[in-house]
Design a protein around this ligand. Structure first.
Ligand code: NDP
Length: 234
């Protein structure tokens, strides 16, 4: 039976690759986009994860089209990099609001139907930076580290209901988010990666597909690095 899947931030980058991967595996995938059009061939719902009403409305549309959401991927995320000395409070709280509180809003809405179904998969997209820290990204790293504690708490709350919650921690992935870095910054990061290159979005998406699959039925509360060795298992 195809499952109903919802991927936030699924209109581009890692989220789009995850949506295409799960759709190719036979799932019924809804992707959220904040503005513009849904990607070709995927069912799109507009959603801003900084608003609970917007998240709730997106789930309602996905449910009306595909049935109760069994797999949710909280992928939407932003960066607003600057050193702490220059970081305004709203630069900190905006990133937390999208990356961490956004995942809370999505998981909160996702859980009740999953409890009724007695199964579900929640996958949170964190980052190696949440575990290693990163100068100039205190806001982003705090949001991504927060997802680990958040996800592991949910794994404990929901495990007995056959709902798994896992965290994927990508390293340096070729997307719009990293394209803004200068060549020098990209080269400096690349030097620290044992595999010596950035990830392709598909390399993250295939790990998410695995975590969403029956093969991962006994994995919960895990942080899975997809970082070419950058974090060395952290
Ligand atoms: P992109 O910048 O390419 O895409 C970000 C996505 O998030 C877009 O779809 C964007 O929508 C969406 N988004 C941002 N804010 C909101 C919001 N308030 N409500 C709804 N959607 C929102 O990023 P990536 O694909 O690179 O990143 C995806 C995830 O992976 C993020 O959580 C990121 O932190 C994480 N990650 C990325 C890494 C990398 O190297 N690229 C490394 C580690 C983790 P819109 O198009 O409307 O802006």
């Amino acid at each position: 039976m195809p499952r109903s899947v919802l991927v936030t931030g699924g209109n581009r980058g890692i989220g789009l690759a995850i949506a295409r991967e799960l759709s190719a595996a036979g799932d019924l995938v809804a992707v959220t986009h904040r503005s513009g059009q849904a990607p070709d061939g995927l069912f799109g719902v507009t959603c801003d994860v900084t608003s609970q009403e917007s998240v709730d409305a997106a789930f309602e549309k996905a449910e009306a089209e595909h049935g109760p959401v069994e797999v949710v991927v909280a992928n939407a995320g932003i960066t607003k990099d600057t050193l702490l000395a220059m970081m305004k409070e709203e630069t900190f709280t905006d990133v937390i609001d999208t990356n961490l509180t956004g995942a809370y809003r999505v998981a909160k809405r996702a859980v009740r139907p999953m409890l009724r179904l007695k199964r579900g998969r929640i996958i949170l997209v964190s980052s190696v930076v949440g575990l290693l820290g990163s100068a100039g990204q205190a806001n982003y790293a705090a949001s991504k580290a927060g997802l680990v504690g958040f996800g592991r708490s949910l794994a404990r709350e929901l495990g007995s209901r056959n709902i798994t919650v896992n965290i994927v921690a990508p390293g340096f992935v070729e997307t719009d988010m990293t394209a803004v870095l200068t060549e020098e910054q990209q080269a400096a990061i690349q030097k620290q990666i044992p595999l010596g290159r950035q990830a392709k979005v598909g390399e993250v998406a295939r790990v998410v597909r695995f975590l969403a699959s029956e093969d991962a039925s006994y994995i919960t509360g895990a942080v899975i690095p997809v970082d070419g060795g950058l974090g060395m298992g952290h």
